[in-house]
Design a protein around this ligand. Sequence first.
Ligand SMILES: [Zn+2]
Ligand SMILES: [Zn+2]
Length: 377
Amino acid sequence: MAARPDYYKTLGVDKKATPDEIKKAYRKLARQYHPDRNPDDKHAEARFKEISQAHDVLGDPEKRKQYDSGTGPFATGAGPGGGFGGFGNFDFDASSMGDILSNLFGGAGGQRQRQRQRPERGGDLEAHVSISFDQAIAGAQVPLQVPMQATCETCHGTGAKPGTTPSVCPRCEGRGIETQGQGRFSISQPCSLCGGSGTVIEDPCPTCHGSGAVRTIKRLRVNIPAGVRDGSRIRLPGKGEPGRRGGPPGDLYLITRVSPSPVFTRKGDNLEVEVPLTIPEALRGAEVQVPTLDGSKTLRVPPGTAHGTVQRLRGEGPPKLASGSPPERGDLRYRFVIDVPKELSDEQREAVEALSKTMNGDPRAALLAAARSQEAQ
Ligand SMILES: [Zn+2]
Ligand SMILES: [Zn+2]
């Protein structure tokens, strides 16, 4: 069974604290450790949970009385589920979170209003860029047009006609929320008149019709790093939509569309090239010219090269993204394929006949023998 937590200590109040003192202590701590203020902080999250539990008990006169006297759900040695452990594992679900938020800020609408008045980061954008294979390997600077929301220059984002100012919303008196009911069971929601902003615009700006934002097309030149592939996602920090009320701009994500090369095929970090060999080249070996990314090279094909054999030029392939400067590079892989003519001239047919007289073994003999011995078993 869980040890009985000291809820007075959790809230930092005296055992004789008045309900008002408890409420004040809770509000102060809850604001400090609120997950909104401490994103991804596990410690703050745990503290917030403790504080909420403590308040749930000490903030309720009946539960507090039971807690003080060690009766009811707080009785030690009570049966399973009725004991303190059961209560201690209070389910911290979304609905109790909503309750806490509504106690703290007067409902989700109140929270929204708080955010509306703070500087707000601009939205992230996504755009597709089409580039050639060569641009993808070498990197490129390409022009781009991105549709985005921008602050209306006529009203500077207020939404009000120049010379006028938004007035305080008469329905919510600027709070941005409407509350129905009383106490713990009240429901708060964004004000239906002002939508939570707390202000109403009587004379809307003629340019943006009161929204404070206009759709524009931003023209940019973007740097595509060397080594991107078809479908790469590149983040350009700060190139997204402008922030509101002095907030930072969002990010722009580029998705690259790379047109295929007639020569090179992407295989992970490497590029592959199919190199045809004649039958005599495969038999006798040869020196063959092959294309590279910046010209050509000679490869030595050893005698007796089988169809599908791969030779590679290490580190001569495409640059690897985000691998430093100078970047690491993948490999160029050359796959030899034996070029079998569909038709033969008379002269070639004679040469093949002559060849078959000396190369007349049966390469399938071992295969068939193995198949037979398997059947016999
Ligand atoms: Zn405007
Ligand atoms: Zn309102």
